[in-house]
Design a protein around this ligand. Structure first.
Ligand code: ADP
Ligand code: GN1
Ligand code: MG
Length: 363
């Protein structure tokens, strides 16, 4: 069945043919994503249709301007090297009046992208080769952004990876303890508090200029890259909502956080959640290969630490959301954000044990 309201919204976009289905799609935590299938003269065409999280991305107009600028830049680069921009980049489908998004109501904003066919977005690494290719994709994407005019971007989520600020937000959620949940997670709270000395390290290096501030993706988990369904080769980097100034160590670290966990982010059985050092090695190889000379020593020296930092940052964000009543990350069951936080902290503990080896490998 096609939801009438969604179908009405879709009719405002420049899409030919008849809408035949529109169903929830993917595993993103932030926007509401649907797969919309159309039929035109008997031929099916698919689209990604998203209700934008406008509470978070405010103003949506600026968010979409960022994405428009980055995708246009991206598409030109892809075309100039003989690639296929419709496949290797997100393509915005405009509204009938030429806009990049549609405002249905006060807080209801929607956008449409061309669905990139014959690709997969994995929730966990299937084979080391997939992970290697994802490293190539994100590394190349960082290279591309290096040539992009940073001043044209609007910082839509200021201080996104400012872990010290994230820690402050966590402490505030803990102090409020709106639902009385803190008593269930004392061990996790102590774990996060014990690592306070980590949180300012990269922000301070960025502020002092010791670490270069670059334009980064900032949400480089494996399901934000599309790999070719047949060959596994990288096709496109997606989910461009968080492109902002940041550190290469954030992009590297977030990929490691997500991909070196053999389980899904919300695995309940922590005995299965173990840091996969072999996959770290594979990702590191791909990432360094893609970046070539575009990575400085200070960045290299902090890749391993950045992996720990991104993982504990994500852990404290999940836990803060659990304490605040699950208002930020989409949840499908009770306790899911707590489970997510626990997997992250388990990975941090594992990584801390092998940090010297992680660093040695970079050298
Ligand atoms: P969120 O911001 O909520 O994470 P995403 O933009 O990452 O939303 O989209 C959610 C999922 O939808 C992705 O993980 C991917 O599986 C799928 N997806 C998004 N855009 C496309 C696209 N253009 N083509 C194919 N699949 C896509
Ligand atoms: C969110 O949008 P999605 O699902 O790709 C979040 C990331 C977290 C991630 C944890 C804008 O990413 O920062 O690392 O969940 N995105 C935003 O899985 O907050
Ligand atoms: Mg996503």
């Amino acid at each position: 069945m096609i939801n009438n309201e969604l179908s009405k919204v879709l009719s405002n976009f420049q899409i030919k043919g008849e809408l035949i289905s529109c169903e929830p799609y993917g595993n993103g935590h932030i926007n509401r994503t649907y797969l919309a299938i159309y039929s035109e003269n008997g031929v099916q065409k698919r689209y990604i249709f998203q209700k934008i999280n406008s509470k978070l991305f405010d103003p949506v107009e600026k968010l979409m301007k960022n994405i428009e600028l980055v995708t246009e830049f991206n598409r030109q680069k892809i075309a100039s090297r003989g690639g296929n921009p419709d496949r290797e980049s997100l393509t915005i489908v405009r509204t009938i009046d030429g806009k990049t998004y549609y405002k249905a109501n006060e807080d209801d904003y929607y956008r449409v992208y061309i669905f990139i066919e014959d690709t997969v977005a994995y929730q966990t690494v299937q084979t080391p080769k997939d992970f290697y290719y994802s490293a190539i994709a994100f590394g190349n994407f960082n290279n591309l952004l290096a040539e992009f005019d940073a001043s044209s971007l609007y910082e839509i989520l200021p201080r996104f990876h400012d872990t010290r600020k994230r820690y402050g937000d966590f402490l505030k959620a803990l102090e409020e303890d709106k639902l009385g949940r803190a008593k269930e997670c004392q061990k996790e709270i102590e774990f996060i508090k014990a690592r306070e000395h980590y949180y300012g390290k990269i922000v301070d290096m960025l502020a002092s200029g010791e670490m270069p501030l670059k334009v980064t993706h900032n949400d480089t988990k494996l399901n934000n890259v599309l790999l070719d369904a047949k060959t596994g080769e990288p096709v496109a980097v997606i989910d461009l909502d968080t492109i902002m100034p940041g550190s290469i160590c954030y992009d590297f670290g977030d990929s490691i956080r997500f991909g070196c966990n053999p389980c899904e982010e919300d695995e309940k059985d922590l005995s299965k959640v173990n840091f996969r050092f072999d996959l770290y090695k594979v990702y590191l190889e791909g990432f360094l290969e893609a970046l070539g000379s575009r990575i400085t020593n200070i960045e290299k020296e902090n890749l391993a630490f950045g992996s720990i930092l991104m993982t504990i940052e994500c852990g404290m964000r999940f836990l803060a959301d659990y304490l605040s009543g699950d208002t930020y990350f989409k949840t499908h069951r009770e306790g899911q954000n707590l489970d997510r936080a626990r997997t992250q902290l388990k990975l941090v503990a594992d990584m801390e044990r092998v940090l010297d080896d992680m660093n040695a490998l970079v050298k």
